[in-house]
Design a binder for this molecule. Structure first.
Ligand code: SF4
Length: 332
């Protein structure tokens, strides 16, 4: 499938994810036997070009964050493969994995929980440099100062503690921390979801500027379609552990094909009262990933379900327009 949904322009793939599967065991009883599996990520494939931002969007609990953490090996997948610059990430162990981790960093939704409250911010940012034994103490100090200015904070902030900062400032610190090891690839996991709207725009613009300055590649995870539209070059839409549609951002927003993408986009407010938009209301809640629906996982909520095929057979990915892939029987 990854071969199918790979982008075809000439830039090189930096990240390639193939048939990624991550199930979490559910244990119960006195002996804590495995009684079921949460199918968080099920056969997910995509590529990300060098310098590109791929937006990964879907409702809470659809498996977006699990995809990001599995790529970085913060979680071990059940099967599938992840390639970074052509190197098999899942086969790396010990020192090789440590070296690889310098090139791949993560920005968390809640930077406060990833900062040690007893350490000054300067120390927090320099932590990765210490772990990887990069530079002399004065070189590390200079690097921290450069980064703190780069993310729009002041030199004196390095002496302060995490609780002395606002949410937006903490996210800037999280970004500086991710940049300290000069990564090529950053997974931004809902980096603006917890921020006020005005601060969201500032952090998104900062991420864009840094992408140009440092030639970064992003996997940008979010549930907000407007944020995804603002930052992404391409967008992958996830539903219940699977990617259902992937396309260039403009193409996806102008011409959504999968009924789930259509429903997501119909909920995005339009800042023009003269434009009337028909809202697609989906039936019911997202089913449990413990026992996902058969065939197309979206079929119990789909307004266009075809009962003779959708609940029976899983739709394959198909390139319906140039570089626009969708998994839906409507397009077979
Ligand atoms: Fe709806 Fe069927 Fe398409 Fe699934 S495959 S999105 S149920 S029409």
């Amino acid at each position: 499938m990854s071969e199918l949904i790979a982008d075809r322009n000439c830039k090189q793939d930096l990240v390639e994810v193939k048939h990624l599967v991550k199930y979490f065991p559910v244990r119960s009883g006195l002996r804590q036997r495995i009684t079921a599996w949460v199918q968080a990520v099920d056969d997910v494939s995509f590529t990300i070009k060098a310098g590109e931002t791929l937006g990964l969007v879907g409702e809470s609990g659809c498996g977006k964050t699990t995809v990001g953490r599995t790529i970085l090996r913060l979680l071990e997948p059940n099967s599938g493969s992840v390639y970074f610059e052509g190197q098999d990430v899942l086969s790396l162990r010990g020192p090789e994995l440590k070296v690889m981790r310098r090139s791949m960093q993560i920005i968390f939704q809640d930077p406060y929980s990833s900062l040690d409250p007893r350490k000054q911010i300067g120390e927090c940012i320099a932590e990765g440099l210490h772990i990887h034994k990069i530079g002399t103490p004065s070189e590390r100090r200079n690097t921290v100062m450069e980064l703190i200015r780069k993310v729009g904070l002041e030199d004196y902030h390095t002496k302060r503690f995490p609780h002395e900062f606002s949410g937006g400032q903490r996210q800037r610190i999280g970004i500086a921390r991710a940049l300290a090891l000069q990564p090529k690839f950053i997974i931004a996991d809902e980096p603006v979801s917890a921020l006020d709207v005005s601060i969201q725009a500032q952090v998104l613009n900062l991420l864009r500027t840094l992408q140009d300055d440092f030639n970064l590649t992003y996997l940008f995870i979010a549930h907000n379609m407007s944020v995804i539209e603002h930052i992404s070059d391409r967008v992958a839409v996830m539903y219940l552990g699977k990617i259902v549609e992937i396309a260039q951002t403009r193409e996806l927003f102008n011409n959504p094909l999968h009924p789930y993408t259509v429903a997501l986009l119909s909920a995005v407010p339009v800042p023009d009262p003269r434009l009337k938009k028909e809202r697609v209301i989906l039936r019911g809640d997202v089913p449990s990933p413990l026992n996902p629906p058969s065939g197309c996982r979206f079929h119990p909520r789909c307004p266009q379900v075809m009962h003779d095929i959708c609940p029976i057979k899983e739709p394959p990915h198909k390139e319906v327009e140039s570089d626009h892939w969708v998994a839906c029987w409507l397009y077979e």
